[in-house]
Design a protein around this ligand. Sequence first.
Ligand code: EPZ
Length: 433
Amino acid sequence: MDKFVVRGGNPLVGTVRISGAKNAALPAMAAALLTDEPVVLENIPEVRDIQTMRKLLVEMGAEVELGYGRAHHRTTIHCCGPIRAEAPYELVKTMRASTLVLGPMLARTGCARVSLPGGCAIGARPIDLHIKGLEHLGANITQDHGYIEARAGRLRGGHIVWDRITVTGTEELMMAATLAEGETVMENCAREPEVADLAALLTSMGARIHGAGTATIRIQGVPRLRGARHRIIPDRISAGTFVVAGAMTGGDLTVANCDASHLGALLQKLTETGANLQVADDGIRVTGDGRLLAADVNTEEYPGFPTDMQAQFMALVTQAAGTSVITENIFENRFMHALELGRMGANIKIEGRRAVVRGKTPLSGAAVLASDLRASASLVLAALVADGETIIDRVYHIDRGYERIEEKLRGVGAQMKRIGEMFPKRAALAPAQ
Ligand code: EPZ
């Protein structure tokens, strides 16, 4: 298994370019199931979860062409032949977002068999609300041997009020409703930029959607959808991770090719800690000497402070003067990184969904273990400011959602390398940025 070896202490200087958003690309790839014409997606990140979604779509009978290098991370998905309406456990267990194919498959073919995702490191993460929503549109859903079996004639429009805000739930039902008979109105929807990006793709495929990005979305069903070309938005969580890296290490870092308007809550919090930020149209510049002040954070649904930035922010406030209280309101078990940060010398006390972080505490390099995608990002950030060498194990977690993070960080002065081989041939070829 790959590991990262990081020697801390270098301020970051230069420019990193942000890749496309994993959490926008995954539903967009699933949306291609809604039409028998080609869907061309650009700015697709080169991360492991995209590979998994590609495998799943191919398994279901789609033609998927992935381009890199000069092809600008473009992928073409063509679901023209018969669709095998099944998402197997082998793939779903590696990536719960695979369940995003359920709605489109059901809407397109009238049947779907999808493995239940099972538990996750950060929480139970059931999909009961997705199922309830599809039943609202007339689907008949049973559970059998760990699989969801869904059947429906043509789905019917309906009125859904989400019990709680769910990002992929909103995306799933929005996709299914595009081919339903009549109008669907959804209230208490997720307002994440990834939801609005998916609606932009679906609209270019001929769907009739209003209100995506707000709490109320209206979808007027149409008989069929056509192919389209769409550019995926930049990854706001990846951008936020690099901005935090710049604030923690000091130096002069520009995070380019990102949309600062998607990061309002995070940038406001960072300003509160005393980080020096300059926001431009397509980027954010972070300068400073790494001196920071404590700040409290409550994770919330968008536009509140993103739970996917909680771990990274925790690493930052270990280096801030004073006591910070971090409250995780979205997932019930998202403090696994705190124990590993503790191994590096951080002073963090967990009290249920609250973490009390006392700083500033000097961190020292150690051997640590990544437990999930964002937890592993926080360990990389801590290692960048730690004294000596840190060895981060199980970095396959970070490869799921960050494109070549070690090359990007090395390109702006970090001392970081990967041990073990993920893309043997490719890694040898691709020059560091
Ligand atoms: C999306 O997950 C993201 N994943 C997550 O990013 C992100 O953390 C999360 O939204 C919250 O912002 C993708 O977009 C692929 P939810 P999702 O449904 O849609 C509960 C990352 O690091 N819930 O909004 O699965 C659920 O358990 C990942 O990139 C139900 O109870 O999250 C959670 O507590 C991690 N029943 C809350 O709602 C349901 O049917 C919000 O989850 C659905 C959700």
